[in-house]
Ligand binder design. Structure first.
Ligand SMILES: Nc1nc2c(c(=O)[nH]1)N[C@H]1C(S)=C(S)[C@@H](COP(=O)(O)O)O[C@H]1N2
Ligand SMILES: [Mo]
Length: 218
């Protein structure tokens, strides 16, 4: 019987049942408390690749070095005294969870690079974490295209230890794995080395939509 019906006829006959089935499924997902896997409904899942959440040393400094004219060593206060950028954007992990409308405050990565003076041979940033393991990278062009910030505030408050405080990266339009936590080092390098998760199978192309936005942010 089914084999003699065309796809158009199937759609007409069963379309309304298919619709009801999908909304029923979504309702049961909500009822089971799994709403965080659905766009818009979520909360952060806290990640670490070490055994815990490292505490910042009392003499915390963010170091900017590598292919720069003037290496920087910035306290949290130094960072907070630089011109601030506020962003409210969705945060999306490559595994599927999304948190909508997260508020971030920080300093543009491209501004920090300008302060340090980028040498002509530099093409990318390499980031390190004081967890001692996690790394990430971004090309200079991607920093400009995304308007990435070195963030010290998140969700309306100083970034908590679990979320990577005192300082983490936030990269608009890219998956969450770019947002390295417990940021301690920014090095200007000739090309972007794959980050921790990129060496472990996540795509080096981290654009959520697969490609950069049409108009550069900065
Ligand atoms: N140092 C460090 N940074 C990290 C990670 C991590 O495990 N360690 N996980 C990344 C991933 S995959 C995501 S989705 C976000 C999650 O941010 P959250 O832990 O604040 O929820 O942090 C990113 N930055
Ligand atoms: Mo993630």
């Amino acid at each position: 019987m089914l084999s003699v019906l065309g796809l158009g006829a199937l759609g007409t006959l069963f379309g309304s049942h298919v619709q009801a089935g999908i909304s029923g499924l979504l309702n049961s997902v909500h009822a089971n408390g799994l709403a965080s896997v659905l766009p818009g409904g979520g909360q952060f899942t806290i990640y670490t690749v070490t055994n815990g959440y490292p505490a910042a040393p009392a003499d915390y400094r963010l170091r900017v070095g590598g292919l720069v004219e003037r290496p920087l060593s910035l306290s949290l206060g130094d960072l907070q005294s630089l011109p601030a950028t506020h962003l409210t954007r969705d945060f999306q992990c490559v595994t599927g969870w999304v948190v909508s409308g997260v508020h971030w405050v920080g300093v543009r990565l491209s501004d920090l690079a300008d302060h340090a003076g980028v040498q002509p041979s530099a093409r990318a940033f390499r980031f390190t974490s004081f967890d001692g393991v996690y790394t990430e990278s971004l090309t200079l062009e991607q920093a400009r295209q995304t308007g990435a910030i070195v963030a010290y505030s998140m969700l309306g408050a100083p970034i908590t230890r679990e979320h990577g405080g005192p300082v983490r990266l936030y990269v608009p339009d890219m998956f969450g794995y770019k947002a390295i936590k417990w940021l301690s080092g920014i090095e200007l390098v000739t090309q972007a080395p794959p980050g921790y998760w990129e060496q472990n199978g996540y795509p080096v192309n981290a654009w959520i939509s697969g490609q950069p936005p049409a108009a550069p942010k900065v």
